[in-house]
Design a protein around this ligand. Sequence first.
Ligand SMILES: Cc1cc2nc3c(=O)[nH]c(=O)nc-3n(C[C@H](O)[C@H](O)[C@H](O)COP(=O)(O)OP(=O)(O)OC[C@H]3O[C@@H](n4cnc5c(N)ncnc54)[C@H](O)[C@@H]3O)c2cc1C
Length: 435
Amino acid sequence: MFDIGIIGAGPGGYSAAIRAAQKGLSVVLFEKEYIGGTCLNKGCIPTKTILHSCKVLSELKNADKFGIKAENISFDFEKIQERQKTVSEKIRKSLTNLIKSYGIVIVEDKADIENEHVIKTSTDKYEVKNIIIAVGSEPNKINFKGIYNEDFLLTSDDILNLNQLPNNVLIVGSGAIGLEWARILSALGVKITIIEMMDKIIPNADFEVSQRAERLLKKSRIDFYTSTTIEEIQNKSIILSNGKVVEADNILVAAGRKPVKDLNPSLENLNKDNIYIIGDATGQSMLAHSATKQAEDVIEHIINGTALKFDKNLVPSVIYGHPEIAQIGKTEQELQKEGINYKKSFFPVSALGKAWAEDKTEGFIKILATDKEILGAHIISEEASAMIEQIAIAMTNKLAPKNIQDVIFAHPTYSEGVLESFLALDNLAINIPQK
Ligand SMILES: Cc1cc2nc3c(=O)[nH]c(=O)nc-3n(C[C@H](O)[C@H](O)[C@H](O)COP(=O)(O)OP(=O)(O)OC[C@H]3O[C@@H](n4cnc5c(N)ncnc54)[C@H](O)[C@@H]3O)c2cc1C
């Protein structure tokens, strides 16, 4: 009998497996498709690999500004796709070796729960003391009214397998996945239109982030319509609820994801004392690092009985591309809605020397806090993904703004903006003019 049987080897499943093995537990890990799950094979890593190609392309196109001659710049989409697959494949191999190095048994087959202590595959049954369900999520599908070929609709999975770029794409949804793909495809010359059913781009973001993101989209010549849905599709003509008609080669449906729920039998009739669900399968915080944190917490709980308390407020999230968009904690509108008093700072990235050196002056750092507590941070900037982590460390450890104001930050860095934005809460930022 294994101490733990884990279904799904994405960031949730493999992290749980490794942490359990580190603590001396025996583990069997089931995966029906790819080790590394959505993140490594269809999500985080492939998209960031392609985004890097877009970055190289954009830097070369702008090289002249930096005194560099680069002529006849072009790209090979098939090669970009090939690289994305090779990168995932390489990581997958080393991840598989990493998991095996801990003595974890990997079973590459679809798993089902037979009962509280038995997991079965197509050929075998495995007895386990505890079960962790880490089966992930899948793209939401939408049935549109009208006449269209099924191939006309793409998910973020399908796009990774395209060999040829479409000329025009309409993207449904302006969350992280929709926006990242809009940035990728637009950088590669595809005409993009985004529609968002809510009244602003990146509906979950702070309103000032959404406003700036809308400005950035306009600058990149990406069309977008908020408070808009699809009324009907007539072959390649898409009729929108605002009366506009968009012609597109494809629609990318990036309208959220839903937990995978195909485990058989349903868990309803089982005693659930030893069954845990983590990661995207919970439907709570669909991010790789949330899955990893929940994995670590569940193993600690199984071993020591520690309480399971996942705090969504402490999860940083990032929309990649240039500039990056990152947030943690509450938005200003949430604080207002909840009647919480707060101070606010707004520090422009254009006040940073490093940003001028690299010609990346777009963006801002916005901090929401009281004298005692950091309530939220919202960043649009180059390296926002690294800066938000500094604030995550502070918030997780319940530091007050004063604790950050006292830290020495290296110059020149984008991170200096973090220091300055905390100083700005008390009108003490060195690089902001007197009001
Ligand atoms: C386009 C895109 C970009 C993304 N970018 C980011 C990003 O930049 N940063 C970030 O944090 N998150 C990102 N995400 C989200 C991230 O991929 C997920 O949050 C993360 O993968 C969730 O991990 P998980 O372990 O819960 O599930 P998954 O990674 O989905 O893993 C679940 C695994 O379970 C397997 N499985 C399912 N059912 C069974 C079964 N019955 N038997 C055996 N195996 C089974 C699946 O095959 C899968 O491999 C992105 C997602 C997408 C789609």
